[in-house]
Design a protein around this ligand. Structure first.
Ligand code: SF4
Ligand code: SF4
Length: 400
């Protein structure tokens, strides 16, 4: 283990937002995707959620408020591109060479010496392919955040020349999320995953057409949240999710690993960690009580689960009990995303709060109190669960 002094130093830097993550490199090791919760459902018979499908109780729940017949149809359909066109974007090990180097253009390789220009091109086209925000970063050879194995337990190694990552955020609909844990919030989650698939498939082929390698990934291949933080897209909150300065937690993350070089982005600090230390709203509103209440993060998980990887200084979430709640709920849950004060959409009041949270953490308790008081008005439903019927009656989706 690193010396106590250096760990303390890392803790302080992380709490002050000076580094995007703190790792005890003598303990932290690359992780296998096979140990993530959704993979374990398929193989780990010691897990209480083993072989339990999230929607296994839909025939019992259907017809209850928030769990309509059309809601189940839409929440499943929303995943279609992600689930059924996987071969179009995922990096299949058995087709590795073909899938990472497929090159459709007869033109010569794109001149890649102007790193600033390369970054600009990639960011522009990422928006065209559906990203609401984009961050560019270089893979750290010490901590590449690449899984050791995929879900099928096959070893994963990126080609040596693949040293960069394009991280894209896909916006979810705030008003749909507000109905969590009812079905409309699952619709926007599934829709986010399908749009992730579209964005990374197009981005990967764009890079290949320029003459470079591309390994597109959704949640697979590597861990997304710290990579997004490293790429300057936000900070990691108490519930383990990325918090973006504009969209809060209302985003999904996808990435494309590549050898196409570009000017990289740097981590940002807008006061999330300091705020999370006092906030704890996600923990309070978590129906399975899977999120810790401790003021400070810790270096290892207090939960008995192989899905948590020790050696990172963070708040560890009990993903086993979280998944079991999803099964009980008969669809996924986004309560921790819904109640997070940073998830509230931009607007004059929220922009002012964010301005002060970034610069004057001493005022954090005041902003938290204001957030709590505003959620007391029943007609406003501020951060509270919204009526799922409002989603079906609404006309807008993601601001359109
Ligand atoms: S998704 Fe729901 S159950 Fe899981 S940690 Fe968040 S609030 Fe808790
Ligand atoms: S709800 Fe509060 S504690 Fe939880 S992630 Fe958001 S800001 Fe942090």
């Amino acid at each position: 283990m690193a010396s106590q002094e250096s760990l303390k130093d890392l803790e302080n830097k992380f709490k002050k937002g000076k580094i995007p993550y703190a790792l005890d490199t003598e303990i932290y090791e690359r992780f296998s995707e096979r140990n993530t919760i959704f993979a374990r459902v398929g193989w780990d018979n010691s897990f209480s959620g083993y072989q339990r499908r999230i929607n296994e109780k839909e025939s019992v729940k259907v017809g209850m408020k928030g769990y309509s017949r059309e809601g189940y149809a839409a929440s499943s359909a929303a995943w279609t591109v992600y689930d059924e066109f996987r071969g179009a974007f995922s990096w299949k090990m058995d087709e590795k060479e073909k899938s990472i180097t497929q090159y459709s253009s007869k033109l010569t390789r794109f001149d890649s010496t102007n790193l600033k220009k390369n970054a600009k091109i990639v960011k522009r086209i990422a928006k065209v392919f559906g990203a609401c925000d984009v961050g560019l970063t270089k893979l750290d050879p010490e901590i590449p955040f690449i899984y050791t194995h995929n879900r099928q337990n096959e070893p994963l190694t990126l080609p040596e020349e693949v040293k960069y990552a394009i991280v894209m955020l896909i916006e979810m609909d705030y008003h749909a999320l507000k109905t969590s844990p009812a079905l409309p919030s699952s619709i926007t989650t599934g829709n986010g995953y399908s749009r992730m698939a579209f964005a990374i498939a197009c981005m990967a082929n764009f890079l290949r057409n320029l003459g470079y390698k591309a390994v597109p990934a959704g949640n697979d291949t590597g861990i997304s949240v710290p990579l997004a933080a490293k790429a300057g897209l936000g900070q990691v909150g108490r519930n383990g999710m990325l918090i973006n300065p504009k969209y809060g937690q209302s985003v999904r993350i996808c990435k494309v690993y590549t050898d196409f070089p570009f000017e990289i982005d740097y981590p940002i600090n807008f006061g999330v960690i300091q705020f999370c230390r006092i906030c704890k709203k996600c923990a309070q509103y978590c129906p399975s009580q899977s999120i810790p209440y401790d003021e400070d993060p810790s270096w290892k998980s207090q939960w008995k689960t192989i899905s948590n990887n020790p050696g990172a200084y963070k708040w560890y979430v009990d993903v086993d009990s979280c998944y079991n709640y999803w099964v009980k709920n008969s669809t996924d849950c986004s309560n921790c995303i819904r109640v997070c004060p940073f998830t509230k959409p931009p607007g004059f009041g929220h922009d002012i709060a964010r301005f002060f949270i970034k610069r004057f953490p001493i005022l954090d308790p005041l902003w938290l109190r204001i957030d709590n008081i505003m959620s007391l008005f029943p007609w406003w439903r501020y951060g509270k669960k919204d009526d799922p019927e409002r989603f079906w009656k609404g006309k807008k989706y993601i601001g359109k």
